[in-house]
Design a protein around this ligand. Sequence first.
Ligand code: NAP
Length: 311
Amino acid sequence: MTTTLVTGANRGLGLETARRLVQAGHEVFLGARDARRGEAAARRAGGRPLLLDVTSDDSVRAAADRVRVAAGHLDVLVNNAGVIGSIESAGEITAADMQACFDTNVFGVVRVTRAFLPLLQRSPAPVVVNVSSGLGSLAVAADPDAYTEVVPVWVPALVYSASKAALNMVTAQYAHAYPAMRINAVDPGHTATDFNGHSGAQTVAEGAEIIVRMAMIDKEGPTGGYFAATGRFPGSPMQRKESRDEQAPGRDRVRCRVRAFLSRLHPVQPGRAALPREWRRGRDGLSPVPAPARRRSRWRAPLRDAQARPR
Ligand SMILES: NC(=O)c1ccc[n+]([C@@H]2O[C@H](COP(=O)([O-])OP(=O)(O)OC[C@H]3O[C@@H](n4cnc5c(N)ncnc54)[C@H](OP(=O)(O)O)[C@@H]3O)[C@@H](O)[C@H]2O)c1
């Protein structure tokens, strides 16, 4: 049976996701920071309650221990717990406001993912879904036409949007570091939950659709992507890779495929990523190394010299 953890599962999209995954045959741990609310939600969804506050190292560690003892591994992790953070205007936002929101939406995801990595690595097909938002898309924020098409409701929200943009990068970096896992970010879309005073246009069933779909992908599924129910987001790392591959004519396309094949054979190990040529690891950390002097071209040099010569 597929073992799944959904964080922030006592209400809203998390609860609906947990309920749907239980229906699909998963054994679901419903993470909740309040024991009583977690137990009530687990009863409603038909899963198992798990006390889990994503902002507390101790709570996350204890939750990982409980899942290890109860199931021995984890197949699917849905990082859903999230907060809106301060909605003051940009000029009023303080660093403390940013920190508070990032503690749940970004650091919380890192805390939970790191604690559960050993259990995910025991799964034959580990999957991570990070619940992001269309508001976290840099491409959408920079292109008003794109956001009306992909994100029908776009509001300026410095704290929340920045946290979800950071989450997208966290997702892309984990996907690079763990190529054997399927790790993606999703945007559920504007959904009526407590989060927005139930002003969202979609029902929780509609909003949870893409979360559930990406939680159920198999080993052949995409990784490092950013998905909404309507498709990939502009700027999604996977989308760029694929379109480069599609556009590359003849030999380039073959080269792309060979490189992708080789990277699967020799995945970059976490912590041992190859450094760009100009950077080297020294005693004092990373330091730039001057690029080797270019050989002067026999043909270009005289021409440049001739141009530089005063007439
Ligand atoms: N609704 C939307 O329109 C929308 C759109 C795009 C993305 N999203 C994202 O979807 C996710 C779920 O949102 P939602 O609409 O379902 O919101 P919601 O109804 O407010 O639910 C948020 C959930 O996160 C939990 N949570 C918050 N802080 C936590 C913490 N420190 N530790 C553990 N759990 C914590 C809450 O638990 P408590 O009950 O204890 O507070 C609650 O269960 C969020 O990541 C949100 O950013 C929502």
